[in-house]
Design a protein. Structure first.
Length: 282
């Protein structure tokens, strides 16, 4: 039988799990895994359920479960697990996050399809070509920014892209782009947010004599570097470390954090709370 992923968020109330479970039983479904969380601050209930069912299409399952979700005032999504999310990667000249994501995709660790990679520089074309993925060079200048973003959105539609990953893409996206792709653009910030924003964050951290450096994966919003945080990690440093050594450590953290964030999004493990906080199931 096909395996499906159900995600639902709704106002917290009694009987949520029972109602959903009973609806799945009516489908002759077999629950394989269930994660749930009730957030007292927003009175929101989040649930992710992985199950088998003797149906073929996710739309069939969703249609059967929709009356229950509607009764609970829930936002319901259903996806066949073997129907992978399609991701577009945006890159500039740094290749460490790009290469890491491509490696994890190739080994099956990262369950995504990557139909196209877009860059504002041509430098990584050869790197991408070795993975049999389309590469599009879309230059960006102050004058051409709007045209470039329109081209990227055209490619999103052409390649049926579900979400976009900024794998060290060194451009600030416009408010219009952020609005059109809300909740579907993931960025890796080379710092443990909040703090040390702007240019050369590792050098700023070194100048302050910090003992931890880190990286943050977050959803992109119109408020620069203020989007909901998905994943973070840190590494200890000391007075013996140079700024260049911090950069090297930082790149490793960036790779790990971005990969975890992309995997969580691709597997439907992330729920938004009050447009600022996230629930991320393991």
């Amino acid at each position: 039988m096909p395996t499906f992923i159900l995600t639902m968020s709704c106002p917290d109330q009694k009987g949520l799990v029972a109602a959903t479970s009973n609806a799945l039983v009516d489908l002759d479904a077999n629950i394989l895994q269930n994660d749930q969380f009730s957030d007292p601050a927003t009175a929101t209930f989040c649930m992710r359920t992985r199950f088998e069912a003797p149906l073929f299409e996710a739309d069939e399952v969703k249609a059967a479960l929709s009356p229950t979700a509607a009764r609970l005032d829930g936002r319901l999504q259903v996806r066949r697990e073997d129907h992978k999310r399609r991701a577009m990667l945006l890159v500039s000249k740094y290749d460490h996050c790009l290469v890491d994501l491509l490696y994890r995709r190739g080994t099956g660790e990262l369950p995504v399809d990557i139909p196209i990679i877009v860059s504002n520089h041509p430098d990584l074309r050869d790197t991408v070509s070795r993975h049999d993925i389309a590469f599009e060079h879309v230059p960006v200048t102050r004058e051409s920014k709007a045209v470039a973003e329109t081209r990227v959105l055209d490619l999103v539609n052409k390649h049926r892209v579900d979400f976009v990953v900024l794998a060290r893409y060194m451009q600030i996206l416009s408010n219009d782009f952020c609005a059109k792709m809300a909740g579907n653009v993931i960025n890796i910030h080379h710092s443990f947010l909040p703090g040390f924003k702007g240019a050369k964050p590792y050098h700023q951290a070194w100048e302050r004599g910090v003992k931890l450096i880190g990286a943050t994966a977050h959803y992109v919003t119109a408020d620069l570097d203020e989007g909901p945080i998905i994943d973070q990690d840190v590494a200890s440093v000391s007075h013996r470390d140079t700024a260049e050594q911090m950069v090297t450590q930082g790149r490793d953290i960036e790779r790990r954090v971005l990969a975890r964030a992309v995997k969580a999004h691709a597997e439907d493990r992330i729920f938004m709370l009050d447009n600022a906080r996230t629930v991320v199931f393991d």
